[in-house]
Ligand binder design. Structure first.
Ligand SMILES: [Zn+2]
Length: 137
């Protein structure tokens, strides 16, 4: 299932002749980003609750070991989620500043399709692939 369906958001229905990043599009992506952020924050709260469970109260050594490896996994996931929340916040401020939807490197339109799949994208597909090629070298 893709992200937008998971969040229960209706994909944007573009009208003919509509201007790119018009008010309707911006409010669509604002709702989308806020829903995603809320989902991540709710999951993080759950994670924090699981982490608070004290490992020293687990009597069996094997159970304790598997608990601790789970904990490592949860903490790693938590770190990734925090980074994502930061990117979501940046995208929301970009909406407020009217810079949302445009490539940070070449200022081209990122495109509705790409943003629907990845609403925190801040580069067009061309610049993104260039950056990835550079990373490989
Ligand atoms: Zn670009």
């Amino acid at each position: 299932m893709n992200l937008i369906t998971q969040l229960g958001i209706t994909p944007y229905d573009e009208q003919e002749g509509e201007e790119y990043m018009c008010e309707n599009q911006l409010s669509h992506f604002r709702n989308y980003l806020i829903a995603w952020k809320n989902l991540l924050l709710n999951t993080s709260e759950l994670t924090a609750g699981q982490i608070q469970h004290d490992a020293t109260t687990i009597p069996d050594a094997n159970d304790r070991a598997s608990y601790e490896s789970n904990l490592g996994f949860l903490l790693k996931r938590n770190g990734r989620e925090r980074k994502l929340v930061t990117r979501i916040d940046k995208s929301i401020s970009a909406i407020e500043n009217n810079t949302y939807g445009f490539c940070k490197s070449c200022q081209a339109d990122i495109g509705l399709k790409r943003l629907e799949a990845r609403p925190v994208a801040n580069e067009c597909i061309d610049c993104k692939s260039l950056a990835e090629d550079a990373e490989k070298i």
